[in-house]
Design a protein around this ligand. Structure first.
Ligand SMILES: NC(=O)c1ccc[n+]([C@@H]2O[C@H](COP(=O)([O-])OP(=O)(O)OC[C@H]3O[C@@H](n4cnc5c(N)ncnc54)[C@H](O)[C@@H]3O)[C@@H](O)[C@H]2O)c1
Length: 394
């Protein structure tokens, strides 16, 4: 058994080039608690800008690679090679990039949707298992303290049996034909070859669906979906409404949109139980609103010492000091670091049932997208997601 050590985990990244949206969030979040040292990567498709960014980030020139295959081979062989690679490229390249590292036994954080179809998503899960690597998917909304509080309250039965769940990730960022203006992220998110034709379901619907599953602990038994393209001429669907039947026949509804006019981020969840209800909104992440049967409202706040341990452990600056998106991403990375370190040092694994989303969650997300698309094409007929079929077969 190797001795536990305090060495930082060595991280690599593919994606996160100039003007990239989420790559820099990963980098900030990895730095926040000092668990990771970014030492290798390919920062965009263009080698020159990739090397400029590598230099700016302090990544040594010889570890700024020209191809994923080269990076995976060199880092797997290298003494002190990467413990983890973050894949933050558009959806169509997730599979090949993640596979290259997982096959070498290198753990991967792969952006959502995990891949473009459930066969390849299942393949990644299998390769990760076979090579003893971790595959994690950053649905980081589940790493907010008040979301962990909500999940713990539901697990503890504080709401009683769940009766109904209403979740939406309805943003207005692409309520106009932004793709025609050269907007980088709109361009690929409205290209069916890259984002898939139910684009908004993979992009925002999977976040909402994961949040619902994470807080309630319930899975989709069947669903009925309808897709729309609100912006004329758009080649993908930009709005989706989904009716769900969850474990125990609990009804739920999910709305995902990138064309919800005027909405900013637009992520919100409400959960109704027989004894009370909960509401959490991403744009006010510090607060969890709890209402009892009589209608009395309690607002729980991030940083309160009276929160459940799952939530109270997740503050860096304490009650009254705002924390937000970067900190939630950092919570994801800190929980992941505990597991990566335990494996590296052969030390005991932390026991947490409310922790980071894995490849299985990524796979269930892709199966959700496929079931919504299938339902839409069958005039919103009820469909059983493959995740529920597989569960029934076990
Ligand atoms: N978890 C979240 O909250 C969240 C938020 C936003 C985006 N995302 C996901 O992150 C991914 C990236 O989205 P984005 O909005 O940052 O995209 P983006 O277009 O802003 O950035 C993508 C980056 O990847 C680079 N790239 C593309 N192909 C590459 C390759 N083969 N090798 C190396 N670099 C390559 C591009 O040059 C660019 O720098 C998507 O899958 C998206 O769904 C997740």
């Amino acid at each position: 058994m190797s001795a536990p050590n305090s060495r930082q985990l060595v991280a690599g990244m593919v994606g996160g080039g100039p003007g990239a949206d989420i790559g820099k969030t990963h980098r900030y979040a990895m730095r926040l608690d000092g668990h990771y040292d970014l030492q290798a990567g390919i920062f965009g498709r263009d080698p020159r800008t990739s090397s400029d960014i590598a230099a700016h980030l302090g990544v040594p020139g010889e570890r700024n690679y020209g191809s994923v295959e080269q990076m995976a081979a060199a880092e797997a062989q290298r003494e002190g090679g990467v413990d983890l690679v973050v894949v933050a490229t558009p959806n169509d390249s997730h599979f090949e990039i993640a596979r290259a590292f997982l096959e070498k036994g290198i753990s991967v954080v792969c952006e959502k949707p995990l891949t473009q179809d459930s066969a390849t998503a299942a393949e990644l899960v299998r390769i990760a298992e076979e090579n003893d690597a971790i595959l994690a998917v950053p649905h980081c909304y589940s790493a907010y303290a008040m979301v962990r509080q909500a999940a713990r309250m539901v697990r503890n039965g504080e709401l009683g049996a769940i009766r109904f769940v209403d979740v939406e990730h309805a943003s207005g960022w692409a309520a106009t034909p932004l793709e025609d203006t050269g907007h980088k992220q709109a361009k690929w998110r409205t290209n069916p070859d890259i984002a898939g034709f139910p684009s908004v379901v993979g992009d925002l619907g999977t976040h909402a669906f994961h949040l619902l599953r994470y807080i309630t602990g319930l899975e989709a038994q069947r669903l009925s979906g309808r897709l729309q393209a609100f912006v004329p001429g758009r080649r993908v669907f930009d709005n989706a409404t989904v009716e769900l039947e969850l474990t125990g026949n609990v009804p739920a509804r999910l709305w995902a949109s990138m064309a919800a006019t005027g909405h900013n981020h637009g992520l919100r969840i409400r959960i109704f139980g027989e004894k009370g209800s909960l509401e959490w909104q991403h744009e006010d992440p510090h607060h969890l609103t709890v209402q009892d049967l009589a209608g009395a409202t309690t607002i729980l706040t991030h940083g309160l010492g009276t929160l459940h341990d799952d939530a109270s452990r997740l503050t860096r600056v304490g009650l009254g000091h705002p924390e937000g998106f970067l900190e939630a991403f950092a919570n994801f990375y800190s929980d992941l670091a505990e597991v990566l370190r335990a494996r590296r040092d052969s030390s005991p694994l932390p026991e947490r049932d409310l922790s980071f989303p894995t490849g299985i969650d990524g796979l269930i997300g892709v199966q959700f997208v496929e079931a919504v698309a299938a339902s839409h094409h069958d005039d919103s007929a009820w469909k059983v997601p493959a995740s529920a079929l597989q569960k029934a077969a076990v």
